[in-house]
Ligand binder design. Structure first.
Ligand code: CTP
Length: 396
């Protein structure tokens, strides 16, 4: 999905450097061309050879070393980058960028690039909370630098708190979203997105659920955030880590999600129902565990509230997007859903194929509105999310 994209990764010295190895490998797998610039301190943790082997490109450390390119090296890398990702970014590099200091290859390249720069800080919690560091970070955000906030948790220095480099998968997802986002064209827009599969409890240990992984909804949340929107993610069950910088509301069951979506709908410019909401729930939820008996068991089920239809019924000035998981007559079924639920867009996907849909990283969809059908070929879910937001943006 990143074929033809050039990403320059800046690696600065911290114990989290080992995670940068995985980041490079993941970006390569997605098809990007990757160049790594290391600071001297970073080479104390991992050798340049590791990054060179994974990126298939020479690693640059020294400002005055042998040039690998025919022109001035820091300018060459600065010019060729579609995106620069600094991970881990120490307090030192962030302090340097904020103060206009360019005294080594990495800081010079950052200063010289016109590409988007994404910073993923990692450090000791006291350094992270230091007001000087926080001011530097806020200043850089104001100047248009993108920041992937550090995670909280156990730190290598033995402390607990914020300062941990997020998982490589999370960093890569954020970086890709920023790379795909051409501009912040959703700035000032509020978008609520539901995701994941609801669980309808039968007793304290059992539930009726579905196979939704939440990946489509989470990709929409990431992409909408990268395009500048204020995002509220109403999430049912999923194993995914929450996207950075979005408001999260957990809603496990259909009725809980119904309540949260309706309570929070006011002021939203768009609502995207990407969650796989159960259509039925057990008529009664037992307080103690259901014991087995001889012979078959019948369960009586009630219909759940249809959240999208409720939003459509009492339609406000907001764009409504629904999903349709279809195995046959895809377009006809999706068109009828569009009318029935009074949605503005229905994203229909063919669940009969193994390599798209529920738990896959990719999807193939048709976006249906009143007057057109837009077919999106099989792509990564972040790309699909971007295309859905393009169609949604036309209606905002
Ligand atoms: N939806 C909802 N509330 C429900 C069920 C579904 O808001 N109780 C939303 C889903 O989030 C999705 C769309 O409605 O956006 C899917 O519609 P649905 O009628 O459930 O279709 P499918 O489950 O895809 O298919 P079927 O028509 O076979 O039920």
């Amino acid at each position: 999905m990143l074929k033809g994209k050039k990403i320059v990764i800046g690696v600065t010295g911290g114990i989290a450097v080992y995670k940068a190895v995985d980041i490079v490998s993941r970006l390569k797998k997605l098809g990007a061309e990757v160049n790594v610039i290391m600071t001297k301190a970073a080479t104390e943790f991992v050798t340049p050879l590791t990054f060179q082997s994974l990126s298939h490109n020479p690693v640059v450390v020294d400002m005055f070393g042998k040039a690998h390119y025919w022109d001035v090296e820091h300018i060459s890398l600065a010019d060729k980058a579609d995106l620069m990702l600094i991970a881990p970014a120490t307090a030192n590099i962030i302090g340097k960028i904020a103060n206009g200091i360019a005294d080594d290859m990495l800081s010079t390249t950052i200063m010289a690039t016109k590409a988007k720069v994404v910073l993923s800080p990692a450090m000791n919690v006291n350094m992270y909370n230091n007001p000087i560091f926080q001011e530097n970070l806020s200043y850089l955000k104001e100047k248009g630098y993108k920041v992937i906030e550090a995670d909280a948790g156990y730190l290598a220095c033995g402390y607990e708190g914020r300062g941990r480099l997020p998982d490589p998968e999370e960093i890569v997802n954020n970086a890709v979203a920023y790379l795909l986002a051409q501009e912040e064209d959703l700035k000032g827009k509020r978008i609520m997105i539901t995701a994941g599969g609801t669980r309808e409890e039968l007793d304290p240990v059992r539930y009726l659920g579905n196979n939704s992984s939440g990946k489509m909804g989470y990709s929409l949340a990431r992409m909408a955030k990268a395009r500048g929107a204020d995002v509220t993610l109403v999430s049912a069950s999923t194993e995914l880590s929450p996207p950075k910088g979005v408001d999260i509301i957990i809603a496990q069951s259909a009725s809980h999600m119904y309540k949260e979506v309706l309570e929070n709908r006011e002021g939203q410019d768009a609502i995207i129902m990407a969650a796989a909401v159960a259509d039925y729930r057990p008529k009664r939820r037992l307080d103690s565990k259901l014991k087995k008996k001889e012979g078959p068991l019948s369960l009586e089920l009630d219909r759940t509230e249809d959240i999208l239809a409720s939003l459509g019924k009492d339609k406000k000035d907001q764009v409504l997007v629904g999903f349709a998981a279809e195995s046959d007559n895809i377009i006809e079924n999706a068109e009828s859903k569009l009318k029935r639920k009074k949605a503005d867009l229905i994203v229909a996907n063919d669940i009969s194929k193994d390599d798209t849909g529920f738990s896959s990283d990719s999807n193939q969809v048709v976006i249906i509105s009143e007057d057109k059908e837009v077919e999106i070929p099989k792509s990564n879910k972040l790309v699909i999310a971007d295309k859905i937001l393009d169609q949604l943006n036309i209606l905002l």
